[in-house]
Ligand binder design. Structure first.
Ligand SMILES: Nc1ncnc2c1ncn2[C@@H]1O[C@H](COP(=O)(O)OP(=O)(O)OP(=O)(O)O)[C@@H](O)[C@H]1O
Ligand SMILES: [Mg+2]
Length: 242
Protein backbone atom coordinates (compact mmCIF):
# COMPACT_ATOMS: atom_id res chain seq x y z
CA UNK A 1 0.00 0.00 0.00
CA UNK A 2 1.09 3.59 -0.41
CA UNK A 3 -0.07 7.12 0.28
CA UNK A 4 1.71 9.85 2.15
CA UNK A 5 0.03 11.95 4.80
CA UNK A 6 0.85 15.20 6.51
CA UNK A 7 2.84 13.49 9.28
CA UNK A 8 5.63 12.39 6.94
CA UNK A 9 6.33 8.70 6.31
CA UNK A 10 4.06 6.68 4.11
CA UNK A 11 1.25 4.75 5.74
CA UNK A 12 2.43 1.20 6.39
CA UNK A 13 -0.47 -0.13 8.45
CA UNK A 14 -4.09 0.91 8.23
CA UNK A 15 -6.73 -0.88 10.24
CA UNK A 16 -10.35 0.20 10.33
CA UNK A 17 -13.18 -1.28 12.36
CA UNK A 18 -11.34 -4.53 13.02
CA UNK A 19 -13.38 -7.21 14.77
CA UNK A 20 -12.30 -10.67 15.80
CA UNK A 21 -14.08 -13.23 17.98
CA UNK A 22 -13.16 -16.75 19.05
CA UNK A 23 -16.44 -18.58 19.63
CA UNK A 24 -18.55 -16.43 21.95
CA UNK A 25 -15.59 -14.32 23.03
CA UNK A 26 -15.09 -11.04 21.17
CA UNK A 27 -11.41 -10.18 21.41
CA UNK A 28 -11.15 -7.18 19.07
CA UNK A 29 -14.28 -5.06 18.91
CA UNK A 30 -13.69 -2.21 16.49
CA UNK A 31 -9.99 -1.39 16.45
CA UNK A 32 -8.72 1.49 14.30
CA UNK A 33 -5.00 1.97 13.82
CA UNK A 34 -2.74 3.79 11.38
CA UNK A 35 1.05 3.52 11.53
CA UNK A 36 3.57 5.18 9.23
CA UNK A 37 7.00 4.07 8.12
CA UNK A 38 9.49 5.07 10.78
CA UNK A 39 6.86 5.19 13.52
CA UNK A 40 7.37 3.08 16.65
CA UNK A 41 4.03 2.03 18.11
CA UNK A 42 3.84 0.12 21.41
CA UNK A 43 0.79 -1.84 22.51
CA UNK A 44 0.10 -2.54 26.16
CA UNK A 45 -2.78 -4.52 27.60
CA UNK A 46 -3.64 -7.09 30.24
CA UNK A 47 -3.04 -10.75 29.44
CA UNK A 48 -5.61 -12.26 27.09
CA UNK A 49 -6.87 -8.96 25.67
CA UNK A 50 -5.93 -9.78 22.08
CA UNK A 51 -2.51 -8.20 21.52
CA UNK A 52 -1.03 -11.30 19.91
CA UNK A 53 -4.23 -11.77 17.93
CA UNK A 54 -3.83 -8.26 16.52
CA UNK A 55 -0.21 -9.00 15.54
CA UNK A 56 -1.22 -12.32 13.97
CA UNK A 57 -3.86 -10.55 11.91
CA UNK A 58 -1.24 -8.00 10.80
CA UNK A 59 1.15 -10.84 9.94
CA UNK A 60 -1.57 -12.47 7.84
CA UNK A 61 -1.76 -15.55 10.08
CA UNK A 62 -5.30 -14.90 11.27
CA UNK A 63 -8.34 -13.56 9.45
CA UNK A 64 -10.42 -10.67 10.75
CA UNK A 65 -14.19 -11.23 11.13
CA UNK A 66 -14.91 -7.67 10.02
CA UNK A 67 -13.10 -4.47 9.15
CA UNK A 68 -10.29 -3.68 6.78
CA UNK A 69 -6.62 -4.40 7.38
CA UNK A 70 -4.11 -2.96 4.96
CA UNK A 71 -0.41 -3.47 5.57
CA UNK A 72 2.75 -3.03 3.54
CA UNK A 73 3.89 -6.26 1.92
CA UNK A 74 7.19 -6.95 3.69
CA UNK A 75 6.25 -7.81 7.26
CA UNK A 76 8.16 -9.87 9.72
CA UNK A 77 7.71 -10.91 13.34
CA UNK A 78 10.05 -11.44 16.28
CA UNK A 79 8.55 -13.49 19.10
CA UNK A 80 9.29 -13.96 22.77
CA UNK A 81 11.28 -17.11 21.89
CA UNK A 82 13.93 -16.91 19.14
CA UNK A 83 12.46 -19.88 17.19
CA UNK A 84 15.77 -20.83 15.56
CA UNK A 85 16.12 -24.07 13.61
CA UNK A 86 18.50 -26.11 15.77
CA UNK A 87 19.92 -28.12 12.86
CA UNK A 88 21.11 -25.00 11.00
CA UNK A 89 23.99 -22.72 11.85
CA UNK A 90 23.30 -19.11 12.79
CA UNK A 91 23.88 -17.58 9.34
CA UNK A 92 21.69 -20.24 7.70
CA UNK A 93 18.97 -19.44 10.22
CA UNK A 94 19.17 -15.75 9.39
CA UNK A 95 18.86 -16.36 5.64
CA UNK A 96 16.40 -19.26 5.93
CA UNK A 97 14.17 -19.38 2.86
CA UNK A 98 16.16 -16.69 1.03
CA UNK A 99 18.36 -17.25 -2.03
CA UNK A 100 22.06 -18.05 -1.55
CA UNK A 101 22.93 -14.58 -2.78
CA UNK A 102 21.51 -13.16 0.45
CA UNK A 103 24.38 -14.53 2.55
CA UNK A 104 26.26 -11.22 2.34
CA UNK A 105 23.18 -9.37 3.59
CA UNK A 106 22.82 -12.03 6.30
CA UNK A 107 26.39 -11.37 7.47
CA UNK A 108 25.75 -7.63 7.54
CA UNK A 109 22.60 -8.17 9.61
CA UNK A 110 24.56 -10.36 12.03
CA UNK A 111 27.18 -7.62 12.31
CA UNK A 112 24.46 -5.08 13.06
CA UNK A 113 23.28 -7.11 16.04
CA UNK A 114 26.86 -7.82 17.18
CA UNK A 115 26.92 -11.49 16.22
CA UNK A 116 29.44 -11.40 13.36
CA UNK A 117 31.68 -13.91 15.14
CA UNK A 118 28.84 -16.39 15.59
CA UNK A 119 27.74 -16.97 12.01
CA UNK A 120 28.95 -20.58 12.07
CA UNK A 121 27.72 -21.31 15.59
CA UNK A 122 24.88 -23.73 16.30
CA UNK A 123 21.80 -22.18 17.94
CA UNK A 124 22.14 -24.43 21.00
CA UNK A 125 25.48 -22.80 21.84
CA UNK A 126 24.03 -19.26 21.98
CA UNK A 127 22.92 -17.50 25.16
CA UNK A 128 19.29 -16.38 25.37
CA UNK A 129 20.27 -12.82 24.47
CA UNK A 130 22.44 -13.95 21.54
CA UNK A 131 19.67 -16.19 20.21
CA UNK A 132 17.28 -13.25 20.33
CA UNK A 133 19.83 -11.13 18.46
CA UNK A 134 19.96 -13.82 15.79
CA UNK A 135 16.16 -13.68 15.56
CA UNK A 136 16.44 -9.92 15.14
CA UNK A 137 19.03 -10.34 12.36
CA UNK A 138 16.69 -12.83 10.65
CA UNK A 139 14.00 -10.14 10.70
CA UNK A 140 16.33 -7.32 9.57
CA UNK A 141 17.72 -9.16 6.57
CA UNK A 142 14.19 -9.22 5.15
CA UNK A 143 14.18 -5.40 5.17
CA UNK A 144 10.70 -5.23 6.70
CA UNK A 145 8.39 -2.32 6.03
CA UNK A 146 6.45 -3.51 9.08
CA UNK A 147 8.25 -5.05 12.05
CA UNK A 148 6.02 -6.94 14.49
CA UNK A 149 7.51 -7.57 17.93
CA UNK A 150 5.57 -9.82 20.32
CA UNK A 151 7.16 -9.37 23.76
CA UNK A 152 10.63 -9.92 22.27
CA UNK A 153 12.46 -9.05 25.49
CA UNK A 154 10.18 -10.75 28.01
CA UNK A 155 12.34 -13.86 28.48
CA UNK A 156 15.63 -11.98 28.96
CA UNK A 157 17.33 -11.01 32.20
CA UNK A 158 16.99 -7.36 33.22
CA UNK A 159 20.40 -6.17 31.98
CA UNK A 160 20.19 -8.00 28.64
CA UNK A 161 16.68 -6.65 28.24
CA UNK A 162 17.89 -3.06 28.54
CA UNK A 163 20.71 -3.72 26.05
CA UNK A 164 18.30 -5.32 23.60
CA UNK A 165 15.85 -2.45 23.96
CA UNK A 166 18.61 0.00 23.03
CA UNK A 167 19.69 -2.18 20.11
CA UNK A 168 16.15 -2.41 18.76
CA UNK A 169 15.71 1.33 19.21
CA UNK A 170 18.89 2.02 17.21
CA UNK A 171 18.08 -0.48 14.48
CA UNK A 172 14.57 0.86 14.05
CA UNK A 173 15.83 4.45 13.93
CA UNK A 174 18.27 3.40 11.18
CA UNK A 175 16.01 1.19 9.08
CA UNK A 176 12.74 2.98 9.85
CA UNK A 177 10.14 0.25 9.49
CA UNK A 178 6.71 0.78 11.01
CA UNK A 179 7.01 -1.02 14.35
CA UNK A 180 4.37 -2.65 16.52
CA UNK A 181 5.87 -3.66 19.86
CA UNK A 182 3.61 -5.70 22.14
CA UNK A 183 4.81 -5.53 25.72
CA UNK A 184 3.59 -5.75 29.31
CA UNK A 185 6.28 -3.35 30.43
CA UNK A 186 5.14 0.28 30.58
CA UNK A 187 8.73 1.49 31.02
CA UNK A 188 9.84 -0.43 27.95
CA UNK A 189 7.07 1.21 25.94
CA UNK A 190 8.03 4.65 27.26
CA UNK A 191 11.72 4.05 26.49
CA UNK A 192 11.13 3.15 22.86
CA UNK A 193 7.82 4.24 21.42
CA UNK A 194 6.63 7.30 19.56
CA UNK A 195 3.10 6.28 20.43
CA UNK A 196 1.61 3.95 23.04
CA UNK A 197 -1.85 2.42 23.17
CA UNK A 198 -3.62 0.24 25.73
CA UNK A 199 -5.84 -2.54 24.43
CA UNK A 200 -8.70 -3.25 26.78
CA UNK A 201 -12.14 -4.78 26.28
CA UNK A 202 -11.57 -5.03 22.55
CA UNK A 203 -10.67 -1.40 21.88
CA UNK A 204 -7.86 1.06 22.51
CA UNK A 205 -8.56 2.52 25.95
CA UNK A 206 -5.73 4.99 25.36
CA UNK A 207 -3.69 5.90 22.29
CA UNK A 208 -1.17 8.65 22.96
CA UNK A 209 1.82 10.22 21.27
CA UNK A 210 4.79 10.17 23.66
CA UNK A 211 6.15 13.66 23.54
CA UNK A 212 9.48 13.11 25.34
CA UNK A 213 13.02 13.80 24.11
CA UNK A 214 15.43 10.91 23.45
CA UNK A 215 17.25 9.22 24.98
CA UNK A 216 14.35 8.86 27.36
CA UNK A 217 14.86 9.37 31.06
CA UNK A 218 12.67 7.10 33.16
CA UNK A 219 13.11 9.37 36.19
CA UNK A 220 11.87 12.47 34.38
CA UNK A 221 8.62 13.81 35.92
CA UNK A 222 6.99 13.89 32.47
CA UNK A 223 7.82 10.18 32.00
CA UNK A 224 6.35 9.49 35.42
CA UNK A 225 3.12 11.20 34.40
CA UNK A 226 2.81 9.01 31.30
CA UNK A 227 3.64 5.94 33.40
CA UNK A 228 0.88 6.72 35.93
CA UNK A 229 -1.62 7.34 33.19
CA UNK A 230 -0.89 4.06 31.36
CA UNK A 231 -0.82 2.06 34.59
CA UNK A 232 -4.23 3.39 35.52
CA UNK A 233 -5.56 2.45 32.05
CA UNK A 234 -4.14 -1.01 32.72
CA UNK A 235 -6.05 -1.10 36.00
CA UNK A 236 -2.89 -1.02 38.10
CA UNK A 237 -2.56 1.61 40.80
CA UNK A 238 0.90 3.20 40.77
CA UNK A 239 2.88 2.71 43.96
CA UNK A 240 2.45 5.58 46.41
CA UNK A 241 5.54 7.76 46.84
CA UNK A 242 7.72 6.88 49.85
N1 LIG B 1 -6.94 -19.72 17.93
C1 LIG B 1 -7.65 -19.39 19.02
N2 LIG B 1 -8.75 -20.09 19.35
C2 LIG B 1 -9.50 -19.76 20.42
N3 LIG B 1 -9.23 -18.74 21.23
C3 LIG B 1 -8.14 -18.00 20.97
C4 LIG B 1 -7.29 -18.30 19.85
N4 LIG B 1 -6.28 -17.39 19.83
C5 LIG B 1 -6.50 -16.58 20.89
N5 LIG B 1 -7.60 -16.94 21.57
C6 LIG B 1 -8.15 -16.26 22.75
O1 LIG B 1 -8.24 -14.89 22.47
C7 LIG B 1 -7.87 -14.12 23.62
C8 LIG B 1 -6.75 -13.20 23.26
O2 LIG B 1 -5.57 -13.95 23.05
P1 LIG B 1 -4.18 -13.27 22.71
O3 LIG B 1 -3.17 -14.33 22.60
O4 LIG B 1 -4.36 -12.37 21.54
O5 LIG B 1 -3.95 -12.37 24.02
P2 LIG B 1 -2.71 -11.49 24.44
O6 LIG B 1 -3.21 -10.10 24.70
O7 LIG B 1 -1.60 -11.64 23.48
O8 LIG B 1 -2.30 -12.13 25.87
P3 LIG B 1 -0.87 -12.31 26.56
O9 LIG B 1 -0.54 -10.94 27.11
O10 LIG B 1 -1.13 -13.29 27.65
O11 LIG B 1 0.10 -12.79 25.53
C9 LIG B 1 -7.55 -15.12 24.71
O12 LIG B 1 -8.69 -15.28 25.50
C10 LIG B 1 -7.25 -16.39 23.96
O13 LIG B 1 -7.56 -17.52 24.73
MG1 LIG C 1 0.31 -12.45 23.60
Amino acid sequence: MSGTGAAGGEVAVQITGLRKAFGPKTVLDGVDLEIRRGEFFALLGPSGTGKTTLLRILAGLERPDAGTVLAARRRTTVYQEPRLVQARRVLANVTLGLPRSSRGAGRRALAEVGLERHERAWPATLSGGEAQRAALARALVRDPQVLLLDEPFAALDALTRLQMQDLVGELCARHRPAVVLVTHDVDEALRLADRVAVLRDGVFAADRVIDLPRPRDRDDPATARYRRSFLSHLGVAAAAPH
